[in-house]
Design a protein around this ligand. Sequence first.
Ligand code: PMV
Length: 309
Amino acid sequence: MTAIEASAPGKIILLGEHAVVYGQPALAVPLGSLRATARIVPGQPSAGLTIDALDIGVRLSLATAAMNALSLTARLVLEAAGAAEPDAEIELHSTIPIASGLGSGAAVAAALARALGEYVGRSFSAAELSDLVYEVEKVHHGTPSGIDNTVVCYEQPVYFLRGQPPRVFHAARPFHLLVADTGTPSPTRETVGTVRAAWQREPERCEALFTRIGDIVRTGYRAIEGGANEKLGPLMSQNHALLQELGVSSARLDALAAAAVTAGALGAKLSGGGGGGSLIALVRAADAAGVTAALESAGAVRVIHTTVS
Ligand code: PMV
């Protein structure tokens, strides 16, 4: 058998993170320029399956590995395939920064599951893969909404509502986003916990914020479908303000948002879990270079330009 390679993209949440955990809709798009890749090759006879996560210096043998996201993914794939553990080696590599709100955990699991599945003769539909990765996401944080695994596995923009089949959409007119990395990793588990604690303390205040975020998502979805992209900017900035009220922004994220808007962005917000991680800014194509420079001067460690279509 020859080598098999599979990959999965990172993702951006355009609108609606956190509130989506509490039943509000959210919009997410794949970020194809950052990817997780899994390559599987035959190993020595009787050696079992080894997984080498090159970027984080982790190497494990499935037979002896403790339960973690990688071993769970492999076990779920073998179970779904009804296959015995193969003698093979999997190399994982990802260009998606970890704990940056860009869906790295979901993408690594999706790439691993696709490659191992194909190796043992089981190819997954997007929906099947998404369900499998959802089980793995629960290891990263206890109560995932399911949005990360969905957008990463479908690799299409999605309107997502917890518990319902995702609605894939396309922008009537393409639009430009800058994705700025604060350089501060922030595990989603922590910010999801911050919101949960706030919600337990002040349920009414938090529910009201979730409802307002849900309204922004629905309005934004209509704007994108109708080609009224310029309306999206103010909606993103309003969403950021509501996330600040939920306690999941940071001084660095707020500084980047302000710098982007001052330099001509139509709107900006944190994306993903927050607390650090990534900021996204909506820009006109002509302003992309200027806003990128402003984000870098304000402390972004990396800025990626992507087009949503
Ligand atoms: O930080 P990320 O990329 O895992 O995004 C999480 C999105 C949240 O809404 C904060 C959590 C969730 O499960 O939807």
